[in-house]
Design a protein around this ligand. Structure first.
Ligand SMILES: NC(=O)c1ccc[n+]([C@@H]2O[C@H](COP(=O)([O-])OP(=O)(O)OC[C@H]3O[C@@H](n4cnc5c(N)ncnc54)[C@H](OP(=O)(O)O)[C@@H]3O)[C@@H](O)[C@H]2O)c1
Length: 272
């Protein structure tokens, strides 16, 4: 059995679709519109999820971040080991390491715990999701602190495809998989591509970190998240997310979806 946490999320919904026909069970915090076997469970009470695991079961461990994320995910890993789980596939972020900004630091702590858990593991390290882009375009503009550094955004559907492949083939060697799209673009180029897909101009404006933090705060992000997110954008501006990998192709057998393909499929999301 494959137990899927975060099943209602961006990756999780796509993963459930990929796993149709398999012995798959979604973990839900409350009943949802997923046409799939499910159990009710909450990572804030990991024992509610571990109760569904039997020896040899495979666990997709993923959720959004919250202040108790590290402790909850580490405890979930411990309980999965005690239940005899055969594999844990988890979603981290490229370059995650303890002490890094925002999710990078939290994931770094969880990933370190998983590596020494004794359960066979796969850590997926995606860069930013293309699915973030619609929310970043407002009134024909998008803002950031990335400078001119290219970013190889990934379509979250490819993360689901990678997870599905790893969860359905015989459990292999544990390892980290850095997941990117097929090409990296500067945010000027991304804005131009969005504009071309929508048929109206979209421009990227690069802001210094303090101004970007203030912009994010005006949109409702609390301190210190607004500042840390702007600082993270500036870190990415050093080019650390500018290289692309072949991991999606290597694991799934198909190339990752391009930005152009994403935009063709998601144009209505930019109008909302
Ligand atoms: N967005 C990016 O650009 C990006 C880049 C790299 C890495 N990541 C990583 O991707 C992960 C998020 O994946 P996603 O975008 O697919 O998720 P998402 O769309 O934000 O959905 C979050 C999922 O987590 C579930 N969840 C939240 N708290 C939970 C809890 N206490 N117990 C059980 N389930 C809980 C939610 O369930 P409910 O429906 O019940 O709320 C939902 O299914 C994060 O680890 C993030 O750091 C994101």
């Amino acid at each position: 059995m494959i137990l899927v946490t975060g099943a209602t999320g961006t990756i999780g919904r796509a993963l459930i679709e990929r796993l149709r026909g398999e012995d798959v069970v979604a973990v839900l915090r409350r009943p949802a519109d997923l046409d799939c076997a499910h159990v009710l469970g909450d990572l804030e009470r990991p024992e509610t999820i571990a109760a569904a695991l039997s020896p040899g079961d495979r666990l997709f461990l993923n959720s959004s971040l919250w202040p108790g994320f590290v402790q909850a995910h580490q405890r979930m890993i411990d309980l999965a080991r005690e239940a005899g789980a055969g594999q844990i596939v988890t979603v981290s972020v490229r370059g995650a390491t303890p002490g890094a900004l925002l999710g990078g630091g939290a994931h770094g702590e969880v990933d370190a715990h998983l590596r020494k858990s004794g359960v066979p593991w796969s850590i997926l390290e995606p860069v930013g999701f293309m699915q973030n882009l619609p929310a970043e375009v407002r009134g024909g503009r998008m803002y950031g602190s990335y400078g001119s550094a290219p970013v190889g955004y990934i379509d979250a559907r490819d993360i689901a495809d990678v997870a599905a492949a790893l969860l359905t083939r015989p459990v292999g060697e544990s390892g980290v998989h850095v997941l990117t799209g097929p090409e990296a673009h500067s945010h000027d180029e991304i804005a131009a591509a969005i504009g071309a897909a929508l048929g109206r101009p979209v421009e990227y404006t690069d802001l210094p970190v303090p101004e970007m933090a203030a912009h994010l705060a005006r949109q409702g992000l609390p301190e210190p998240v607004s500042h840390d997110l702007a600082a993270l954008m500036a870190e990415i501006g050093d080019g650390r997310w500018s290289t692309v990998t072949t991991a999606v192709q290597d694991i799934t057998g198909h190339p990752p979806r391009s930005l152009a393909a994403f935009l063709a499929d998601h144009a209505p999301a930019f109008e909302r």
